[in-house]
Design a protein around this ligand. Structure first.
Ligand SMILES: NC(=O)c1ccc[n+]([C@@H]2O[C@H](COP(=O)([O-])OP(=O)(O)OC[C@H]3O[C@@H](n4cnc5c(N)ncnc54)[C@H](OP(=O)(O)O)[C@@H]3O)[C@@H](O)[C@H]2O)c1
Length: 196
């Protein structure tokens, strides 16, 4: 059965971007969060052009191979220019969550307007593989709805001080089990299971 997974690069103070992210500006002044994708000598078997350290490649490729579909929030979609087509994963289709209609229609993209609809549609498209969440707003909405199975913090040793948060405000505590911790050059991979 498909699992719902949020695996994002994050600063120690909890930010998934720096200040002023946006189209053409990437993660704003938080670009360091993606340095570990390109600072090793082990090519990813899933993402062309990614060269990671050996321990990071093991973690990253195992997760990337599980993804059958991505669910992105509207900010991630806009900031990444996916209104021109495309998707974050080389093979998985993209489901977008937004209160607003799609600005453009492209193959491999589906717009949805509630988190429940987004996850239902995503699971239908996942072909038995997993659903990968992208964006702090989407992660928080899915956690509130009790729809997240696993969380991975690719934690980069920096305090960014400001930016978009991995987790926004939640109405109550959510307990986690730690599954795995993998230290690697420039990043520590922290893998949790959500207790429900
Ligand atoms: N560090 C990483 O690994 C990583 C990974 C992915 C993304 N990012 C970055 O994170 C940034 C975006 O994160 P974010 O937290 O600002 O936003 P986000 O989760 O991408 O998008 C939030 C938006 O999604 C829509 N949305 C969220 N919950 C909804 C719900 N329950 N029902 C309907 N629509 C809902 C709303 O859009 P509307 O109300 O406007 O329609 C909301 O403003 C981008 O800059 C992206 O590049 C970083």
């Amino acid at each position: 059965m498909s699992k719902v997974l949020a695996a994002l690069s994050v600063s120690v103070d909890g930010f998934i971007t720096g200040r002023d992210p946006g189209l053409g500006r990437g993660l704003g002044d938080g670009g360091v969060l993606f340095d570990w994708y390109f600072s090793g000598d082990t090519p990813s078997q899933v993402f062309d052009g990614f060269n990671l350290s050996e321990p990071s490649a093991r973690v990253f490729d195992a997760l990337a191979a599980r993804d059958g579909v991505s669910v992105a929030g509207r900010n991630t979609y806009d900031d990444s220019g996916w209104d021109q087509g495309g998707a974050p994963h080389p093979t998985a289709p993209l489901v977008v969550l937004s209160h607003r209609p799609a600005p453009a229609h492209h193959d491999r993209q589906t717009f949805t307007s509630t988190i429940e609809e987004a996850i239902t549609v995503a699971k239908e498209q996942a072909g038995g593989k997993d659903v990968g969440l992208m964006g702090g707003g989407v992660v928080t909405a899915a956690l509130e709805a009790g729809l997240v199975d696993e969380i991975v913090l690719h934690q980069v040793p920096v305090l960014l001080g400001s930016g978009r948060r991995f987790f926004n405000e939640l109405p109550e505590h959510i307990s986690l089990d730690i599954v795995d911790v993998v230290p690697a050059p420039g990043v520590t991979h922290l893998h949790y299971r959500v207790i429900r």
